[in-house]
Design a protein around this ligand. Structure first.
Ligand code: ZN
Length: 684
């Protein structure tokens, strides 16, 4: 049943041969300290891991139709190609998290983009760094930005805060990095995002693939892959190993899915994978493997164990995968995949079974006739379905972050869905995928009037879709359409009577309409039950400001800023609130952070000078006050404070500074100057 070029028993031979050459004992060595500097292995290869976003297995390599990929093909000629490699999830962050942890999403907990990996989860780069590797990563999409958790263990983590950057730019930066010398072996991870929608290949690839810009993007990435591999080989001090893998494919219309993330068919789950390295003879492996084994493979290459390394692939495994996004966001059927030999079993409300070797397009469901192994059935039955409430996207993303994710096709309203037994199967909802994506993008960008008809289309097909109902309610609310908004909030409450999400969205609606008497108790309750829900905390902070509860407002803004990065104006606001609350210790860092962020545009030197003076940081006070513009409306106060500082610092010109303060005084400072002891002492 399992087609592989490697005869049974070759695993042992391979492992002994390769690992002996590395100065290590055997295949199953898991001693984590074996790579420590006290006893370094003889040769440890520099390792290049390249991940190709959104790249279908049939779009790359010697068998790919309608495209030439000489960069990848050159690696195939030198290494082992896996023709049936599977992503763990058809989405970027969870798929990469599996490669970096060796775990399925059920193990690492990241089922969707936009979530952050817990700090206690061990990562591949940490292991290699601890064992003496120089580690660096260059990623090309915001989806993999450091904040989402995969940067740990990389000395250099070159990420992007814009939505994406081109493979050319990422390669330029990686090559620049490789120019720096290294005596240690390297782990370099490079991630290319071009093949992700929208497809807009650069020339000459645009012209070369006129009817198929997706293939044009893949070909453009392949050219950069070639550049990168050359530079890597030149830079490496010793032997090298190279792994290239797709993170997931792209639907391109298969099974009604144009993009990826919603279904588990071959188009999005099967990915290219090639391994070149010491002890890896050229060949083709047709046995199904999971890309999560990249984790063990890299450990194995680095001499750090790795029991399920792809260098030893003769043990068949049941390969698992999941696509939980439609479940976690809309309450549709959870989807799990098990690939066992030629059979692929998809569970989504009911079983579908395909012989993906005979029928790679998965057009003939043989669930009624196929006999599946006990291992596959058990693996599927045991695979845990995440709890929607716990697994939802973090609400601490800023508006900007949400826009960036939405521009890439990710981000829901973040509400726990209505879970029900008779929920639709995602594949039956395929006509809605593009509508949802478009509606989400418009909604997050605040184009509510254009989003509403699309959201209504979703609701017409899926009346239980709480995400769509809440977005409709919020869109109407933002457009000041009170009746329509209230109608939708009632619908939302009918769908999910106990929902904290519905309560929070309704509270925000009331606050938007300045209906404070109703809004305040709901906001308070919402903030108490969801202390990380930033929009609610923001609304409540504004309420506290209006109520004159300055200290409470300050505490809320500080909490908000611990959840998401504040803008410069928000920092100034915190500084002002802290001054009002006479909290010098909180005010100073807020203004300092605003100054750092605004540079020459910073206008609050006077406040900072006054605060430094109160904190008896006289030199800092002097420097800040010297920066106050003479056109500042409170310039007389600056002169007064500067004179005080001058006396305290015993500056030689303090007398003339006091005079200047007197000459420039206004009604407020005239009185202060008259009463100022420091000045009287000085005159004496
Ligand atoms: Zn991806």
């Amino acid at each position: 049943m399992l087609e592989t070029m490697l005869p049974r028993g070759s695993k042992l031979r391979l492992c002994v041969g390769v690992l002996a050459a590395l100065g290590l004992g055997g295949c199953a060595k898991t001693d984590e300290t074996s790579g420590e500097s006290s006893k370094p292995p003889v040769v440890r290869p520099s390792i290049l891991l390249v991940t190709l976003d959104t790249t279908r297995a049939d779009a790359l390599g010697p068998d790919a139709a309608g495209i030439e990929t000489p960069g990848f093909n050159a690696l195939v000629a030198r290494g082992r190609r896996f023709t049936r490699a599977y992503a763990t999830v058809p989405e970027t962050l969870p798929s990469h998290t599996s490669m970096m942890t060796g775990l399925y999403p059920a193990g690492h907990g990241i089922h969707e983009n936009g979530r952050a990996l817990p700090a206690e989860q061990g990562l591949l780069a940490e292991r290699l760094q601890q064992s003496g590797y120089r580690t660096a990563a260059f990623v090309s999409s915001f989806v993999l930005a450091r904040r989402f958790g995969l940067g740990r263990g990389f000395e250099t983590y070159d990420d992007v805060e814009s939505a994406e950057r081109s493979s050319r730019e990422t390669t330029d930066r990686a090559i620049e990095y490789l120019r720096g010398p290294s005596e240690k072996p390297r782990l370099l991870w490079v991630h290319y995002f071009d093949a992700h929608a929208p497809y807009a290949p650069e020339e000459p690839f645009r012209a070369r693939y006129p009817g198929n810009p997706y293939l044009g993007e893949v070909a453009a990435v392949d050219a950069q892959l070639q550049r990168l591999v050359e530079a890597f080989e030149k830079s490496a001090p010793g032997p090298i190993a190279i792994l290239v893998a797709g993170d997931h494919g792209e639907g391109l219309g298969d099974h009604g899915e144009s993009l990826h993330g919603n279904l588990l068919y071959e188009s999005t789950m099967r990915v290219p994978l090639v391994l070149v390295g010491p002890g890896v003879g050229p060949g083709v492996v047709d046995m199904p493997v999971s890309t999560r084994r990249i984790f063990d493979t890299v450990l194995d290459l680095a001499g750090l164990g790795g029991t399920s390394s792809l260098r030893a692939t003769t043990t068949p495994e049941v390969v698992l995968g999941e696509a939980m996004k439609p479940f976690l966001e809309y309450g549709w059927q959870p989807q799990i995949m098990a690939v066992d030999g030629v059979h692929k079993l998809i569970f989504a409300g009911r079983n579908e079974v395909y012989d993906v070797v005979e029928d790679p397009a998965e057009t003939r469901d043989i669930a009624s006739s196929a006999s599946l192994s006990r291992a596959a059935r058990t693996a599927l039955a045991d695979y845990p379905v995440p709890a929607p409430g716990l697994a939802k996207a973090p609400s601490s993303l800023s508006e900007e972050d949400r826009k960036k994710l939405a521009s890439l096709g990710y981000v829901s309203a973040g509400a726990a869905p209505v879970v029900r037994k008779d929920a639709p199967r995602p594949v039956d909802m395929a006509p809605l995928f593009d509508v949802i994506e478009k509606a989400s993008d418009l909604f997050v960008r605040g184009e509510y009037a254009r989003a509403i008809p699309l959201l209504e289309r979703i609701r017409a097909k899926d009346a239980f879709n709480l995400d769509a109902v809440l977005r409709l309610a919020t869109a109407h609310s933002s457009l000041g359409q009170e009746d329509a908004a209230m109608k939708m909030f009632e619908k939302a409450r009918e769908l999910s009577p106990q929902s904290a999400d519905v309560r929070a969205y309704f509270a925000l609606h009331l606050a938007r309409g300045a209906r404070w008497e109703e809004a305040v108790p709901l906001l308070e309750r919402s903030a108490a039950e969801s202390p990380d829900r930033v929009p609610v905390l923001e609304a409540l902070a504004r309420v506290r400001e209006r109520q004159g509860r300055t200290r409470d407002a300050l505490a809320l803004w500080q909490r908000i800023h611990s959840l998401r990065k504040p803008g410069a104006l928000e920092l100034v606001k915190v500084g002002e609130l802290a001054m009002e609350a006479e909290d010098t210790a909180a005010a100073i860092p807020a203004f300092e952070a605003a100054r750092l962020s605004q540079g020459p545009a910073f206008r609050h030197h006077l406040e900072l000078g006054v605060l430094y003076l109160a904190a008896r940081r006289f030199e800092d006070a002097r420097d800040a006050l010297d920066r106050v513009s003479a056109r500042h409306p409170a310039y007389p106060m600056a002169l007064f404070k500067r004179a005080q500082v001058s006396v305290l610092l015993r500056e030689p010109d303090s007398t003339s500074r006091i005079e200047a303060a007197r000459r420039g005084a206004d009604a407020t400072t005239r009185e202060l100057i008259a009463r100022e002891r420091l000045f009287q002492d000085d005159r004496r």
